[in-house]
Design a binder for this molecule. Structure first.
Ligand code: AMP
Length: 434
């Protein structure tokens, strides 16, 4: 799951009723070397990779968060973002709670500590209704592993199983099904919105902790966030992205010689665009997979080298050509601006930027790190102004209708969509709190 977070990584294992914990800042392969893994023995474990949407990138905010409570150790890993974390924190602090970090997940541990039940599942069930927003949780107590999903189903959470050495079923929960492929586990099903599922010595159990609310599956998981080899919300991410590209070609075709993706995230949409338009697909930009994030440099010339080390346009494909460039999304516009400049330098005759999602007009409060409105170019500038800013000859986005049609959403009059697309349409499915 490294693609879902690169700031910190952690694992908590349960061995003979005690937790073993290792967390660190950085990538999984850097945080976990052989000695750390050797220490993490036990029959069950939970892990997390983090990229921060609330709270800074400090070790105290790294997850899983673990605490020692009256009835034993508890650890939690959270995917998503609680929109009522601030009022909850204020209330808990007024009651004397001491917070270590600045992220929303710590609230959940405090809330659990206030419940007097010695049954951990009962405690979790009484805390979940106090939380508003997006959460896919895994908990580890001294007895059980508990998995729960918010009632809207914002973030994905899937269940798999694999036979252990004794031929018994081991249960695995993960954000995405590609995790199961890796370890040879079988994908069983999604954890339902409003479901709590747990595994203990007696086996597996499932209950509804809430009636499902109106479904609000995050459309951005299909646009950008998830890996294309995952099944998310029951649908192939790769197929969705290809369909975004096909719809984009239907909506805003333009005569051109080649269709090229911004790698890697634009690749499936560019294939879809090419198939629909009949314009050949080429890798016009080659991505270097050995470089991390583009480093920030003050001078344009040095910055261009930074982008080029990561994404190098090929003159052989681009020179003298009318080029359609496909990216999955355009947020601040700076990536597109750099890419257009490099493609122009490689000799392209025309550059037509096509974005396989609608204009990003609103921040996400549910766990995707979208910048605030003032930094979202489409929230502040017209299409023509954005085109001029990125320096392309033309610019078009996928329409909202195209986006929903591509994931098979049938428009029904006066009925809300089953996806949350608040970043694209400003329609937030939950109350928002200060
Ligand atoms: P920008 O330069 O802000 O317009 O960034 C757009 C690029 O960032 C696109 O190529 C996307 O693939 C990628 N992107 C979009 N959303 C995110 C996100 N939440 N985190 C990291 N990268 C993103």
């Amino acid at each position: 799951m490294q693609h879902r977070g690169q700031e910190s990584a952690g694992i908590v294992s349960l061995h003979q009723g005690e937790h073993r914990i290792h967390k660190g800042l950085g990538l999984v392969a850097d945080v976990f070397k052989e000695p750390e893994l050797t220490e993490l023995i036990g029959r069950s474990s939970i892990g997390h990779v983090r990229y921060s949407t609330t709270g800074e990138n400090r070790l105290v905010n790294a997850q899983p968060m673990a605490a020692s409570l009256l009835n034993g150790p508890v650890a939690i890993a959270h995917n998503g973002n609680l929109v009522n974390a601030k009022p909850l924190q204020r209330k808990l602090k007024a009651q004397g709670a001491i917070f270590q970090g600045t992220n929303d997940t710590e609230c959940v541990l405090h809330l659990i500590s206030h419940i007097s039940s010695d049954n951990f599942v009962t405690s979790v069930k009484s805390v979940l209704p106090q939380l508003e927003g997006a959460f896919s949780f895994v908990f580890l107590s001294h007895r059980e592993m508990v998995v729960a999903r918010d009632k809207y189903g914002f973030r994905p959470l899937v269940l798999g199983k694999k036979k252990n050495d004794k031929g018994e079923d081991s249960w695995i929960a993960a954000s995405e099904t590609c995790a199961f492929d890796l370890i040879g586990a079988e994908y069983v099903r999604e954890i339902e919105p409003g479901e709590i599922f747990w595994v203990d010595d007696k086996g597996t159990h499932s209950e509804k902790w809430s009636y499902p609310a109106h479904s609000a599956k995050c459309i951005f998981e299909h646009v950008y966030f998830s890996r294309p080899d995952s099944i998310v919300f029951g649908q192939s991410v790769y197929e969705s992205r290809k369909a975004f590209g096909r719809w984009l070609a239907k909506e805003s075709s333009v005569p051109a010689d080649v269709v090229i993706p911004v790698p890697d995230s634009g690749v499936p949409a560019a294939i879809g665009y090419s198939v629909e338009s009949g314009i050949p697909f080429e890798f016009g930009i080659i991505r270097n997979h050995y470089i991390g994030r583009t480093f920030i440099q003050p001078h344009q010339s040095v910055r261009d080298i930074g982008v080029k080390i990561k994404l190098n346009p090929q003159t052989a494909v681009l020179s003298g050509k009318r080029v359609i460039v496909i990216d999955d999304s355009l947020v601040r516009g700076t990536t597109s601006q750099k890419i257009v400049r490099l493609i122009r330098q490689a000799g392209a005759k025309e550059i037509h930027m096509r974005i396989a999602s609608p204009p990003t007009v609103g921040p996400c409060y549910y766990g995707v790190d979208t910048p605030q409105k003032s930094q979202l170019i489409a929230a502040n500038q017209s299409l023509e102004e954005i085109r001029a800013f990125i320096g392309a000859d033309s610019l078009a986005y996928l329409s909202l209708d195209g986006l929903f049609a591509a994931v098979g959403e049938k428009p029904v009059q006066n009925q809300k969509k089953s996806f949350c697309a608040a970043c694209f349409d400003g329609d937030y499915p939950t109350p928002l709190y200060e």
